[in-house]
Design a protein around this ligand. Structure first.
Ligand code: ATP
Ligand code: MG
Length: 167
C-alpha cells in the first residue's frame, strides 16, 4: 500500500483513467481528502456505485479535505441536495430518489455549478445526459469485505488537472 504523504490508498494510472485500491473506510476517506485539498471551485464529481459502495464516505473525505467538518455530511436522500459552507461551498447531491429529471431544475442543481462551488453527486448516472462535459467520474465497487476500488475518469481538462495533482 502506498502511504506516501500519509495516504492510505494506492492509485494506478491507465491513460486518462485511474484505479484506486481502497482497503478500508479510512482509505476511501483519504482518497476523498486528497481530492478535497486540491479543489479550487467549479469542479463536478459524479459518483456511481451500488448501495453501500462508499460514496458518502468519499464525500466525507472530500469535505474534510476542504476543511469542512465531515460530521456534517449526511446523505441528502430525501431532499436530494445538501449544502455545506466552507472556504468553498460544497454541494452534495444524492439522486437515488430522483423520480423525474425536472426535479433537477427544481433543486437548481445546475445553478450550483459555478466557480465558487464544488458539486459532488451520488447516483450521478440518474442524470447522465445532463452532467457537465468536464467532470470527474468515480465508480466505487465492492471487493471483498471492507475493500473497495474506485475507478476515476476525467472527461475534460479541469477534471484531469485535479487528478494529476493527487498522483
Ligand atoms: N473501503 C471502504 N470504503 C468505504 N466504505 C466502506 C469501506 N469498507 C467498508 N465500508 C462501509 O461501507 C459503507 C459505505 O456506506 P456509504 O453510505 O458511504 O455508501 P453509499 O455508496 O453512499 O451508499 P448509498 O447508495 O446508500 O448512499 C459504510 O458502512 C462503511 O463503513
Ligand atoms: Mg450515500
Amino acid at each position: 500500500m502506498n502511504t506516501r504523504h500519509g495516504r492510505l490508498f494506492s492509485l494506478h494510472a491507465e491513460g486518462n483513467a485511474w484505479t484506486a485500491r481502497l482497503p478500508s473506510v479510512q482509505a476511501t476517506e483519504s482518497l476523498g481528502q486528497c481530492l478535497g485539498q486540491q479543489l479550487t471551485g467549479g469542479e463536478v464529481i459524479a459518483l456511481r456505485g451500488e448501495l453501500g459502495a462508499g460514496k458518502t464516505v468519499l464525500v466525507r473525505g472530500i469535505a474534510s479535505g476542504m476543511q469542512i467538518d465531515p460530521a456534517v455530511v449526511t446523505s441528502p436522500t430525501f431532499t436530494l441536495i445538501h449544502e455545506y459552507s466552507g472556504h468553498l461551498q460544497l454541494i452534495h447531491a444524492d439522486l437515488y430518489r430522483l423520480e423525474h429529471l425536472r426535479e433537477l431544475a427544481e433543486i437548481g442543481l445546475h445553478d450550483y455549478m459555478h466557480a465558487s462551488s464544488v458539486v459532488v453527486i451520488e447516483w450521478a448516472e440518474r442524470m447522465k445526459d445532463h452532467l457537465p462535459a468536464d467532470r470527474l467520474d468515480i465508480l466505487l465497487e465492492h471487493q471483498q469485505r471492507s475493500r473497495r476500488t474506485a475507478s476515476l475518469r476525467a472527461t475534460g481538462t479541469k477534471s484531469r488537472d485535479l487528478v494529476v495533482k493527487i498522483l
